[in-house]
Design a protein. Structure first.
Length: 255
């Protein structure tokens, strides 16, 4: 009313909770200095449902347009045409889409682990940013064509998250999408089962990462090695394990 709108519609996308957690966790590690385990981010998804309920309360359920952030449920299989459909427009080839390189790409879990180690053990923000930029380059060099290795949650963790939000998701599916079976998401969590049970950094991957850092930036390599040495006593098991692997690589390369 304040802006003299006769009608307001809210388009609200729901993403599968486990995938949403992984996505926001990636951003927290890459851009905000996070270093704790991904599962400790589980409570952040509560805000998604709180905001949705708030909008529904103020604007009315009839003005909520619920969409599901899932490729199999997107109109024409992509988010852009899905959003255009949601606002009641027809897709046109005249629409300008963002360049692929400008989109927010998730990192391989090896690089997320390296960045977590840096965040925990490098205090200077500019130094951490230098590591982050190098990891972004390393991603394009080593992992951009690799379709595996991006899962940060175990299958058991995914199942636990799914069980926590099962009832709320079912209610949204029934009340806003008229789905009697309560199925909000169609893709199974089993499809995100890690391809291997071992999520720690392998010796080969660590050697490649250390070699690249030393080759590209000698001073940054020294800084990162100090961070690795500090991480040898980290209480985080993943960071501790990665630190030992990286430390041995530094030692072997120096010989």
């Amino acid at each position: 009313k304040e802006f003299d709108f006769d009608e307001v519609k809210i388009i609200y996308y729901f993403r599968r909770p486990d995938l949403y957690i992984e996505s926001i966790y990636q951003q927290s590690v890459k851009n905000h200095g996070a270093h704790r385990n991904v599962f400790e981010s589980i409570n952040k998804i509560e805000q998604v449902y709180k905001v949705f309920n708030l909008y529904s309360h103020f604007f009315g359920p009839e003005n909520m347009i619920v969409r599901v952030y899932e490729k199999s449920q997107f109109n024409q299989g992509n988010i852009f045409s899905d959003f255009i459909q949601a606002i009641g427009e027809d897709w046109s080839n005249n629409f300008v889409l963002p360049h692929k390189n400008d989109t927010n790409v998730g990192w391989h879990r090896n690089l997320i682990l390296i960045m977590r180690l840096a965040n925990e053990n490098i205090q200077n923000r500019e130094d951490r940013e230098a590591i982050r930029k190098l990891m972004a380059v390393l991603f394009r060099k080593l992992y951009s064509t690799n379709k595996q290795g991006y899962d940060l949650l175990s299958l058991d963790q995914r199942k636990k998250i799914e069980s926590i939000y099962r009832e709320r998701n079912a209610a949204i599916a029934k009340d806003y999408l008229e789905r009697p079976d309560g199925a909000l998401f169609y893709e199974s969590i089993a499809s995100n089962k890690p391809e291997c049970s071992e999520t720690c950094l392998s010796v080969d991957d660590a050697h490649e990462i250390v070699s690249y850092i030393k080759e590209k930036n000698g001073s940054l390599s020294v800084l990162f090695k100090r961070a690795v040495e500090k991480a040898l006593v980290s209480e985080d098991e993943e960071i501790n394990s990665a630190a030992h692997t990286l430390f041995h690589c530094f030692e072997n390369i120096s010989k």
